[in-house]
Design a protein around this ligand. Sequence first.
Ligand SMILES: Nc1ncnc2c1ncn2[C@@H]1O[C@H](COP(=O)(O)OP(=O)(O)OP(=O)(O)O)[C@@H](O)[C@H]1O
Length: 606
Amino acid sequence: MNALLTRNRWVGGVLLLLAVLVGTWVVAKGNFGLQSIVTVAAVYVVLAVSLDLVAGYVGLYSLGHAGLFAIGAYGTTLLSRYLHLDVFLLLPIVIVGAGIVGALLGALSLRVSGLYFSITTFIFTIIVYVVLSNSSWTMGLQGLSGPIFPAFPLAVQNVLGRSVVWAVAAVLIVAVVIVWSIRASAFYPVLLAVRDAEPYARANGVRTALVKVGVFALSAGLAAMAGWVFSFLVYQSPGQFGWVQSVYLLVMVIIGGMNTRFGPILGAVLVSVFPFVVKIDPFWQNVVFGAVFVAVIVFFPRGIVGIAEQLVRRIRGRGQARRGVEEREAAITEVEVAPIAEAAQQGEPAEEVALAARGIRFGYVPGVPVLRDVDMIVRRGTIHGLIGPNGSGKSTLVNLISGELRPASGSIELGGVRVERLGAPARPRHGLMRTFQSAVLVRELSLRENTTIGLYSTVRGIAARSVIWPLLPGARRDGRELRARASTALAAVGLDASWHPMPVRDVPHGVEQLTQLASSIVSEPSVLVLDEPLAGLSGAEVTHVAQILRRLRERGVTVIVIEHQTRFIFDNCDDVTVLAAGELVTSGAAAEVRENERVREVYLGQ
Ligand SMILES: Nc1ncnc2c1ncn2[C@@H]1O[C@H](COP(=O)(O)OP(=O)(O)OP(=O)(O)O)[C@@H](O)[C@H]1O
């Protein structure tokens, strides 16, 4: 079945490519009017696809893409006009130039997010517009014509038609192949995690800042590539690169369907062809267009592709409808806890220290300490409970151990290596994985795709390879292996195969929690930190989680559990550490801690 689907996808891709080539040939041989409509629409497709890469995939709503487009178009025109550089040499130059500017803009997203980021990029476009409008080099508002694209030799031209149309097609194919490849790659779930669940992505080893900057730079390079080819097509003036264009690009992506394969393409074609099809007074044209846009946003936020998907789902019936709670519990408890792959530490002596936090001091606000000289020594291959009343600093300690926070003083050792100065993304390489109090998965991705994110730090060059992922046999093989390992981990937490392709948004909370657990064990960590893993679970699910933890311990994995259910802690943990008001109360064997006078006093209220 899989082979059939893969083959079908390849056949589909080849047929699509053939259709584009035939279409290009028809246009390149056609009349000038047709050529100007189609080529400009194709340029907007490239821009929309590049914008979707940042807006749809990593959630950076850029209004700077008209400015980046201008760098490509004006860069080509000015450098060829004044420095007489070859147009083919100009392509990498404008891509790299815009890529650098894009990286700087992307870096801004690390300081300002959401609306503020959009406004910042919007201002960037305005600055570009002002410079273009007022410079004598660019001939100000009057504009200037771009270079002429080299024609084919006459014999070739007789067969293939106008060369610039083929250049547009080449740019279109390259942009779409890159963005679709990323979508088909194992990097795609990682990008969505950066967008929707940044702490989760970081805990899985993803350097989210680098990813945002890199993706923005790539998107800027694609926008500049569109600008490069645009410079051969039309007379350029600043008005083609103003803030209105930036907004229109976002409109194209939203109308077509953000973060969908065909949405941005469809949106760009519709919006750019609209004035040629609806031939009415320009004023009414804008009114009709505005009304259509508002209607789509209000009624179909996932755009035209979203409407189509909804229809298809309705026709098929919800074959994979939500499953009831009873069925869920049956699915979880009936499955025997399958063994995960052997952990490297299996059989090592339990006395060895897996994690040692010593003298930890930390405060969110200067002068208000939240943790004071806390020690926690965790023996390898044990289940270690961390308990304490609300606000005692448990989550803070876990965030320090997992690298989300840095201690003001004190040391943290993982397997004998000091890690307290390393960030969260570096911890998985030292064998530490963690889960979060409330599940923080990517809701539109399947359980299996979410689980593959846990393997991020085990795949070499995943980001670089993603741009041509389906074309690399090694990458496809890696993708298959990731999916297989994710399925094994999901089975290990008791989720049978029927759950694996379901999107997280369609599954109950308990299954979401178990998926988080699967993604944290899939890379076979040596230390696993679980922050309130039982929150919202049913009785059967709690028993099931206890079973999983014991199985992990058998495999040599060290497990640290924060939990409010003290019975669960004392029944299942070897050792327990107790915090109260940011200080260590006691730490030691569970049986001794249970009997400790102070623990009963401060925590158990006895
Ligand atoms: N981001 C933050 N900024 C400022 N103070 C914080 C922040 N997070 C937690 N605190 C404070 O730090 C203290 C310890 O909080 P923490 O969440 O670590 O405790 P906890 O033991 O995990 O509590 P709970 O069991 O309720 O989750 C509390 O007083 C809390 O108000």
